[in-house]
Design a protein around this ligand. Structure first.
Ligand code: G6P
Ligand code: MG
Length: 217
């Protein structure tokens, strides 16, 4: 049988969440805003523009659109400096084994990410060719928890929503998958991702048997 396997990028395939954090923290600090790891949880899966709004909200900072645009450029430039140094050693543990298994079982592999930097990151870590289609922040206008990115993804794989399996590390992404009527697989802490259908700490916990069951369901 054929399903659609949809993967989020940041925090699922690669640990870029830490680079997003560092870049946002630098900006927050320059604005005198205290920005912690806990705050960062709320930014996972959230678009760049919305993330800035949340950070400015933390410090009750008001700014003109022009100023915000400048900060967004600055944050992305800082972020891209980290990305530039990435290589395939930054693919999270267990991910390659899962991708290989799905490929060898002829399953569509789709990227469903809010990031506008998705393609360069996949190129950097040398796995762009594993993906049959990429749906990213350049393709959709509604951010997770809106299901748009995953709906487009399943459609690209020619699969109905109920045949799609979404791998996500963010609360917003799990909610998006659930709203879309897809199976949601949380990657991270079960206490944080309690709305997911199933949660694994990381991909090393995902067995071939589990994947085979999903394919044959
Ligand atoms: C992902 C990350 C977010 C990030 C967003 C936009 O969803 O989890 O932290 O803000 O993508 O990424 P971008 O690379 O376009 O700034
Ligand atoms: Mg993510």
């Amino acid at each position: 049988k054929t399903k659609a396997f949809i993967f989020d990028l940041d925090g699922v395939i690669v640990d870029t969440a830490k680079y997003h954090f560092l870049a946002w923290q630098k900006l927050a600090e320059s604005l005198g805003i205290n920005f912690t790891h806990e705050h960062n949880e709320e930014l996972k899966g959230v678009s760049r523009v919305r993330s800035l709004e949340i950070i400015l909200g933390l410090g009750n900072v008001e700014a003109t659109q022009e100023q915000k645009d400048e900060w967004l450029v600055q944050k992305n430039e800082d972020y891209l400096q980290y990305i530039d140094k990435m290589d395939d050693s930054e693919i999270l543990p267990g991910v390659m084994k899962v991708l290989e298994f799905l490929k060898s079982n002829q399953q569509p592999i789709i990227l469903g990410s809010a990031s506008k930097n998705a393609r360069p990151i996949l190129e950097k870590v040398n796995i762009l060719h594993y993906f049959d289609d990429i749906v990213d922040g350049n393709d959709v206008s509604n951010a997770k928890p809106d299901p748009e990115v995953f709906l487009v993804g399943a459609n690209k794989a020619n699969q109905p929503n109920e045949n799609a399996i979404v791998f996500e590390d963010s609360v917003a992404g799990i909610q998006a998958a659930n709203i879309a009527g897809m199976m949601s697989v949380g990657i991270g802490e079960a206490s944080v991702l309690n709305e997911a259908d199933v949660v694994f700490n990381n991909f090393t916990e995902i067995t071939e048997e589990f994947l085979r069951e999903l394919i044959n369901k």
